[in-house]
Design a protein around this ligand. Structure first.
Ligand code: TYD
Length: 198
């Protein structure tokens, strides 16, 4: 078993495949002998469960969403991610701070990137962030469950996509386009991660 802590985040617009690719990446890294802990946001704690409920409710103020996502993350990082990293796991998080920066600032003009960073300032930063990119038109058409959450709207997701790409360039994140065969997309993600692991 290899002990090699690394904090990886897969982020991106709805339907880009963060969940599918996080699972595939976990399997791949385990097959290489690494200890891997897979997690996601909203997390499994009580705030995360409340947030899943609020994703169906358009009347919740964007500021409330932002504060709850930050609280969820604080608990998630200090109660789970940090411990796993200290135990030598590779932690893969399906979404993290970048989701808040993008979604909540697109949700409301009042919400700035700086404010999101401020309310998230006590959690650890990922070592590697990979942004999965897809045209929202394709992403929404792919959805098998046609009940939509509040962010699954074409106009909103086009803004989300634009901001992910702008921020990725600014922050030097990797961008992987996911409009291709799953195996090929996953291979690109694996190559980025293996290069980082040296
Ligand atoms: P989820 O179903 O996990 O996303 P996916 O469809 O990619 O599997 O839903 C998470 C939703 O929550 C997604 O629309 C993005 C949103 N979100 C935020 O708005 N802010 C955040 O900080 C996080 C973590 C997620």
């Amino acid at each position: 078993m290899k002990y090699n802590s690394l904090f990886i985040v897969l982020d991106g617009g709805d339907g880009a495949g963060t969940t599918t690719h996080s699972h595939l990446l976990k399997g791949f890294l385990e097959s290489k002998g690494f200890k891997v802990h897979l997690t996601q946001e909203p997390s499994g704690n009580k705030i995360g469960i409340l947030l899943r409920e609020y994703l169906k409710n358009k009347d919740i103020p964007a500021t409330t969403d932002a504060l709850l996502f930050a609280a969820d993350r604080d608990l998630h990082y200090h109660g789970e991610i940090k411990n796993k990293l200290e135990e030598g796991y590779i932690v893969i998080s399906d979404r993290y701070i970048e989701s808040s920066i993008i979604y909540q600032s697109v949700q409301s003009e009042k919400i700035t990137v700086d404010w999101i960073k401020k309310i998230n300032k006590f959690v650890g930063k990922p070592n590697l962030t990979i942004i999965l990119d897809i045209d929202p038109k394709i992403a929404l058409a792919r959805k098998s469950d046609k009940t939509l959450e509040k962010f699954e709207d074409l106009e909103f997701l086009n803004k989300v996509r634009h901001l992910y790409l702008t921020r990725a360039e600014l922050e030097g994140y990797y961008i992987v386009n996911t409009d291709d065969i799953i195996e090929l997309v996953q291979e690109k993600i694996q190559n980025i991660v293996m290069a980082k692991l040296g």
